[in-house]
Design a protein around this ligand. Structure first.
Ligand SMILES: *[C@@H]1O[C@H](CO)[C@@H](O)[C@H](O)[C@H]1NC(C)=O
Ligand SMILES: *[C@@H]1O[C@H](CO)[C@@H](O)[C@H](O)[C@H]1NC(C)=O
Ligand SMILES: *[C@@H]1O[C@H](CO)[C@@H](O)[C@H](O)[C@H]1NC(C)=O
Ligand SMILES: *[C@@H]1O[C@H](CO)[C@@H](O)[C@H](O)[C@H]1NC(C)=O
Ligand SMILES: *[C@@H]1O[C@H](CO)[C@@H](O)[C@H](O)[C@H]1NC(C)=O
Ligand SMILES: *[C@@H]1O[C@H](CO)[C@@H](O)[C@H](O)[C@H]1NC(C)=O
Ligand SMILES: CC(=O)N[C@H]1CO[C@H](CO)[C@@H](O)[C@@H]1O
Length: 494
């Protein structure tokens, strides 16, 4: 709350410099304890419910990129922080994206249920079906002598975009991707190859059952003619970047989450919880002075392949990259069957490390859980699976925490955190049940306190991090990304 002032004109002259000093609840220089004390479960709940309304008010009932629910989310965050013009510089960055609209596929003369794959262009293709063995991740899976045709490939093991690029190279006119688990591919966010230009052929998705049936028919020696047309559209989506006007802009603590959901549900834990933790912390931070500049970002297009973060990092100059001392990324913060997981930035658990500073970030979160929250914690692979991936690859130190997605809680974790062993951390992961009622608010408040702790700690000082060193870190990030691409968690995402 701002103090009401009698003489607005008189105060206006000085308000710029003194703005933060006249808040009723202004509390001076930030500290971990003071910022943590401003975090209230009730406020988080209100924000989660707000996001859920955006999703449910949207015709598509989600907050996927290009939807009204996502646009409303972006507007809500920017409007909220634009209320502090003396404290934050709020800007949005246009991110051009391609999303699937519709696909019509006729097989053996019959129209079939098929879904447009967002990364592929609008277009038509026809030809006989060519079954690609294995999973189409190796060049050797593809025929050397194909002259056109619609290639049928199973989802799985590598990014769908890689398969389609390889198919095109091998002469495909179009591609049908069938699911590798039960069900059709409606609402899946099959991923493009990061950084590649959109040079794909028309691609549509079909169900596992239908795909397997077609494999059997073609392998039985029957020619299967396919006629397909797909529509996708270019949209402009937005990253939100907000930076404190105070604080040293040459030494930035960068705190981020993502603003979009998948198609299947409102996306309140994944990953509305992380983005609302950030928003609440950004609002509360306005009560305090900082020494280092604090930047908050909400990325778009995470769910279709880290598009927003990738775009952001790609457009950062070397000088801008070197200002970011540490990137902290927060995604699912309120999983119902949670575990407190810290990114293994020192590689002690999974043998993957990031730029110098990543190990220290892990140690800071460990300190928080051990000494402040007095909670158990585990480590998760520092594999680039979320928006910190592009930063890792660019040699920027990174860290973060998570509460668990679709993986199963072990007996040992059950003993550490309670909940249920043998069940997913979040049974609603990427489903319509991922709403405000299914959040674990106890976990969420601890996680948000952890974000507040790290934000305040680095807003005060980077003394605990190694000095800036912009050389020779990129390799490590790239090694991590390479290893990541063979990891089980990656295989589930594509
Ligand atoms: C605010 O941010 C924009 C975009 O990053 C930048 O161009 C501009 O210079 C910033 N303004 C201030 C006052 O820092
Ligand atoms: C294409 O190559 C495969 C093996 O490489 C061969 O079995 C097949 O007969 C060839 N097809 C044509 C049309 O040449
Ligand atoms: C698919 O068919 C529907 C109904 O005929 C039509 O409205 C839509 O534009 C078609 N889409 C494509 C990609 O051809
Ligand atoms: C860790 O990874 C490095 C390089 O990727 C490898 O040389 C080393 O053997 C690994 N260590 C363990 C314990 O797996
Ligand atoms: C931490 O885990 C141990 C089991 O490994 C359990 O006995 C203890 O109660 C847990 N502590 C908290 C604070 O949950
Ligand atoms: C920067 O890092 C590289 C590799 O980790 C190291 O060889 C080099 O000595 C470091 N430079 C400075 C100034 O610390
Ligand atoms: C696609 C997806 O699941 N997005 C992210 C949601 O949050 C989890 C946990 O942090 C990430 O692992 C996911 O990548």
């Amino acid at each position: 709350m701002w103090k009401s002032v009698v003489n607005l004109a008189a105060i206006a002259a000085t308000i710029d410099a003194a703005a933060v000093d006249i808040r009723d609840d202004y509390q001076g220089l930030v500290s971990s304890e003071s910022l943590r004390s401003t975090i209230k479960a009730e406020a988080l709940k209100v924000r989660a419910q707000q996001l859920e309304r955006f999703a449910y008010d949207s015709p598509t009932k989600n907050r996927v990129i290009g939807s009204e629910g996502h646009e409303a989310t972006v507007k809500y965050i920017t409007d909220t922080l634009s209320q502090y013009p003396d404290y934050y510089n709020v800007s949005t960055q246009e991110v051009p994206l391609n999303v699937g609209v519709s696909a019509n596929v006729t097989i053996l003369g019959d129209a079939t249920d098929a879904y447009a794959v967002g990364f592929a262009p609008s277009g038509s293709a026809s030809g006989n079906l060519v079954v690609i063995p294995n999973l189409g991740c190796e060049e050797s899976d593809f025929p050397k002598n194909a002259t056109g045709g619609i290639f049928l490939i199973s989802r799985g093991s590598c990014v769908s975009g890689e398969k389609v690029l390889a198919a095109k190279k091998a002469g495909a006119e179009g591609v049908l991707i069938y699911n590798n688990i039960e069900g059709n591919l409606e609402g899946y966010s099959l991923q493009r190859v990061p950084e590649s230009d959109d040079d794909y052929v028309p691609t549509a998705g079909i169900s596992l059952g239908y795909g397997k049936g077609l494999v059997a028919v073609v392998n039985g020696g029957i020619q299967v003619p396919v006629v397909m047309s797909t529509t996708s559209k270019d949209i402009i989506s937005h990253n939100i970047n907000v930076q404190t006007i105070q604080g040293d802009p040459e030494n930035v603590i960068h705190v981020s989450g993502h603003s979009d959901s998948v198609t299947q549900g409102p996306g309140i834990n994944d990953n509305g919880s992380g983005s609302m933790s950030l928003l609440e912390i950004a609002v509360q931070l306005t009560k305090f002075k900082v020494k280092n500049a604090v930047r908050f970002s909400w990325w778009t297009g995470e769910e279709i392949g880290l598009m927003g973060a990738e775009y952001y990092v790609k457009h950062l100059s070397a000088a801008e990259k070197s200002k970011i001392r540490l990137l902290l990324d927060f995604d699912m913060m309120a999983s119902p069957n949670y575990a407190f997981q810290i990114y293994d930035g020192d590689g002690s658990a999974y043998n993957l490390t990031g730029a110098p500073g990543s190990a220290e970030a892990e140690a800071e979160f460990t300190h928080f859980f051990d000494e402040i929250a007095k909670q158990n914690h585990t480590e998760i692979e520092f594999d680039g699976r979320s928006d910190y991936g592009p930063f890792l690859e660019a040699g920027i130190a990174a860290g973060g925490i998570a509460c668990g997605a679709e993986a199963i809680k072990t007996q040992e974790e059950f003993e550490m955190f309670g909940g249920a062993a043998g069940l997913a951390y979040d049974v609603n992961y990427h489903e319509d049940g991922d709403n405000a009622n299914n959040l674990n608010y106890d976990a969420w408040i601890v996680m948000t306190q952890a974000i507040a702790h790290s934000t305040a700690t680095y807003a005060l000082s980077f003394d605990s991090l190694p000095p800036k060193n912009t050389t020779a870190t990129r390799k490590r990030g790239q090694a991590a990304m390479f290893q990541y691409k063979q990891s089980a968690s990656y295989l589930k995402m594509i």
